[in-house]
Design a protein around this ligand. Structure first.
Ligand code: AHR
Length: 515
């Protein structure tokens, strides 16, 4: 208790908030890390981002154009570029989403002044002047240092359109399409790492049955050809919606040979699709239901993976969770089709719990993309004119950078249940990995918004230090007037009887390195 009080007081002083929880009795938890049980590498790509032509995600969020007063590099916001580079974003998925299946790639090449203006029918019926097209995206990915993941149009485009887009981007030949790319300003072919053969073919990508989608995938994927220079394009089939296991069964059973990966989309809502709940100003009922729903990802990836194991026991085909994150009611006053929402400590918990789940399933989950990168759904970054803020979710992604490319270690937590209403969850979650620096990194999440946890470990070590993210309230968040209200602060464990011990405040995420 002495240590806990010290930790809380130190933390409160650093963050500058009152400590209403200090009087609450901590629960006692224990965690075990088995350094002798390594798993398959945590692919950097599970830290991927999704950026769709939706609301202010691309326009305003990433792209302001060269003539903007907002400081930019060739049209890309400098503040956003700098923030994304710090996250070491491994991959960016574009242009959708639902938008992908209405997108004609030819609209987004050539002189900007000559590009057609189209209506974004899925997202608010607003016009898109196509200022951000293939060149702008591929160059953006290069600037950020991320691999490009381009989603093609299976819903309203032809296999020929898809084939020609891939050729345009990747061919080093003197073909007419490759020369067209050159005349549009890009000599060298881009490295197209991932190509999605449609998006949500069960829904906005064409409302297909699984059987029809499998056939169509085979047809379209046949014409997505990797360039002859040795670079390989990973072909991603449009996968299931949440717990639609039939979809996975049919796609893998019927189309395995034409795919390298199958996607899975799952969104976390506190309530229902009709009444999702607000992003801030919620009660504990919505806190616990959100975390409960986020934890469903464990069951989803386990069960989809088990189905894939039946047809692909050697695990050649990866599971890409290329859309995940929280989805709330849009902020009042914002365009309902723009999916703009605030982002709070609750989102940070969802991010940490979900990343920990991916760390536990690295045998199959090789890529994930949170929805979405800027200004849309569970965003890393929010912008308003020239102003920008980093969300609590951004801070989790930044704290978790040492897990990119790390080797996951078996880890378990024994903790009392956190219960509210009719729902009970384990109060503490853990992930551990050996980082590329050779050190063991541990993430600890306290799901209980009221009670701190005194966490004992089996880890011998003199020191464990890192950072922690917490806040005074469940919906602690940053605003444009107070962009730094919630941010990570230094945190450390201490040694008791030769083993490391952590005093974890309520509703907190800590990432530490064991020395
Ligand atoms: O991320 C928002 C939308 O959610 C995407 O466009 C679609 O794929 C999904 O339904």
């Amino acid at each position: 208790m002495k240590h806990l009080t010290r930790a809380l007081l130190g933390l409160g002083a650093t963050i500058g908030f009152a400590l209403p929880l200090a009087a609450q009795a901590p629960v006692t938890a224990s965690v075990e890390v088995d350094a002798a049980s390594p798993g398959p590498v945590i692919e950097r790509a599970i830290y991927g981002q999704f950026a769709e032509h939706l609301g202010r995600g691309i326009y305003e969020g990433v792209w302001v154009g060269e003539n903007s007063k907002i400081p930019n590099t060739g049209g890309y916001r400098n503040d956003v570029l700098t923030a994304l580079r710090k996250l070491r974003v491994p991959v960016i998925r574009w242009p959708g989403g639902c938008f992908a299946d209405e997108y004609d790639w030819r609209d987004g090449i050539g002189p900007r002044s000559k590009r057609p203006v189209r209506i974004n029918t899925h997202w608010g019926g607003v016009t898109d002047d196509n200022a951000f097209g293939t060149h702008e995206f591929m160059n953006f990915a290069e600037l950020v240092g991320a691999d490009p993941y381009v989603a093609g149009n299976i819903g309203s485009g032809s296999p020929r359109d898809m084939a020609q887009w891939v050729e345009y981007m990747t061919s080093g030949s003197r073909s007419t399409l490759a020369d067209e790319r050159r005349s549009n300003g890009r000599d060298k072919p881009w490295k197209l790492t991932y190509f999605g053969v449609g998006n949500e073919t069960w829904g906005c990508g064409g409302n297909m049955t699984a059987e029809y989608a499998a056939d169509l995938h085979k047809r379209y994927a046949t014409f997505v050809v990797s360039p002859w220079d040795g670079a390989r394009v990973t072909k991603v089939a449009s996968g299931a919606n949440g717990d639609d296991y039939h979809w996975t069964e049919v796609l893998v059973r019927d189309a395995a040979r034409q795919m390298d990966a199958l996607s899975l989309h799952y969104y976390t809502l506190p309530g229902t699709w009709e009444h999702k709940g607000p992003a801030t100003g919620f009660g504990e009922d919505q806190w616990i239901s959100t975390l409960d729903h986020a934890r469903r990802m464990e069951e989803l990836v386990s069960r989809h993976s088990a189905i894939m194991d039946k047809y692909d026991p050697k695990k050649r085909i990866a599971l890409f969770v290329d859309e995940w994150g929280t989805w709330y009611d849009p902020e009042s006053g914002s365009h309902p089709g723009f999916l703009y929402q605030q982002n709070s400590l609750r989102d940070a918990e969802v991010a940490a719990l979900t990343l920990n789940i991916f760390h536990r399933h690295t045998d199959r989950v090789k890529l994930a993309a949170i929805a979405q990168m800027v200004n849309v759904l569970q965003a890393m970054i929010l912008t308003e004119g020239p102003r920008m803020l980093l969300t609590p979710t951004y801070h989790v992604f930044e704290m978790y950078v040492p897990f990119q490319g790390a080797i996951p270690l078996k880890a378990s937590a024994q903790a009392p249940a956190y219960t509210f209403g009719g729902t009970s969850l384990p109060s503490v979650d853990i992930s551990a990995a050996r980082g590329t620096d050779g050190k063991i990194w541990v993430s600890l999440v306290n799901l209980d918004p009221k009670r701190p946890a005194h966490v004992t470990t089996n880890l011998a070590g003199g020191a464990a230090s890192g950072r922690i993210l917490t806040g005074a309230t469940m919906d602690a968040h940053n605003t444009f007037d107070q962009p730094d209200a919630i941010h990570p602060v230094p945190y450390s464990g201490h040694s008791e009887h030769g083993k490391l011990v952590f005093d974890l405040p309520a509703k907190a995420i800590a990432v530490v390195r064991i020395d």
